[in-house]
Design a binder for this molecule. Structure first.
Ligand SMILES: [Zn+2]
Length: 277
């Protein structure tokens, strides 16, 4: 699953859903993000990290709490965990639901893991918008990124110009909106300021290919906003054709149409004024 290494940044991409895990190195630290999904994939990342760690501080960042993104936590119990405040504040019931999704997944494919499942214990929660967490020479600046889920986090690795976006700005997925389309838009609305404040040279989304130019980031942002706006218009006018054509030509329609349908239902609820109920 090793995909590429660009200087201090190494990307591993799962065979499943093109899900990205990163290993980022500085002199003082090794940062791992969302190690996933399959047992041998998590092990490959774990072994890679063990080979390069060399006494450095091990950090583990979760971009959000979707089960596919926290599935590898058990293999990195020795790491210091970084996530959003909302991620850390998930209730016992919510945590259990997420863990159950992992168990269902593992049962579905008879998967055995060499580690136990647990919801991540957060050591360093991002408390404030634009806050910088300092780990020796590794500086991580975070911004809350709700919309996909309510506990998403945009993280900038300062010095490296690396933007870890979680499940936004994918080139393969349209917006998957589980939380709120308004929050999703507001999160995308942070990008201009964020990109002007930080010299981003590489953006890695949760799924799909990295973006290495501002133009590509901007293109993905506009595409996401267009999707949300067009979906709202089509739902408001009751045009199922209008909804359907939004994902015409998408790459994995048999699966993606389910997420598209969920988006439609969520936006219909929002328009009916009972969002969050
Ligand atoms: Zn995801």
């Amino acid at each position: 699953m090793f995909k590429w290494k660009r200087g201090p940044v190494t990307l591993f991409q799962s065979a499943l859903y093109m899900t990205n895990s990163l290993v980022v190195e500085t002199l003082d630290c090794v940062l791992v993000t969302d190690p996933c999904w399959l047992p041998h994939e998590v092990e490959e990342i774990r072994h890679y990290v063990e080979d390069i760690l060399n006494g450095r501080r091990l950090l583990l960042l979760f971009t959000h709490s979707d089960f596919d993104h926290i599935i590898g936590y058990g293999a990195f119990r020795d790491a210091e965990v970084i996530a959003s405040r909302a991620f850390a504040d998930k209730s016992a019931g919510e945590r259990e639901e997420i863990l159950e999704q992992i168990r269902v997944f593992d049962d579905s494919y008879y998967l055995r893991r060499a580690y136990g499942l647990a919801y991540p214990d957060v050591d360093h929660a991002l408390e404030q918008e634009g806050q910088t967490l300092i780990f020796g020479d590794m500086l991580l600046t975070g911004y809350a990124a709700p919309g996909h889920t309510n506990d998403g986090l945009f993280t900038i690795v300062e010095e490296l110009g690396l933007f870890i976006a979680g499940d936004y700005l994918s080139d393969v997925e349209f917006p998957y909106i589980y939380d709120s389309s308004l929050a999703y838009e507001a999160t995308l609305g942070k990008l201009d300021q964020l990109m002007s404040r930080h010299p981003v040279t590489l953006l890695v989304p949760g799924h799909g290919e990295a973006a290495d130019s501002r133009e590509e980031v901007e293109r993905r942002k506009q595409e996401s906003l267009n999707y949300i706006h067009s979906m709202r218009r089509a739902v408001a006018s009751g045009s199922q054709d209008g909804v359907d054509t939004l994902i015409a030509g998408c790459e994995f329609p048999r699966n993606m149409s389910k997420f598209h349908r969920s988006n439609q239902e969520l936006i219909a609820k929002e328009l009916a004024g009972d969002a969050g109920s």
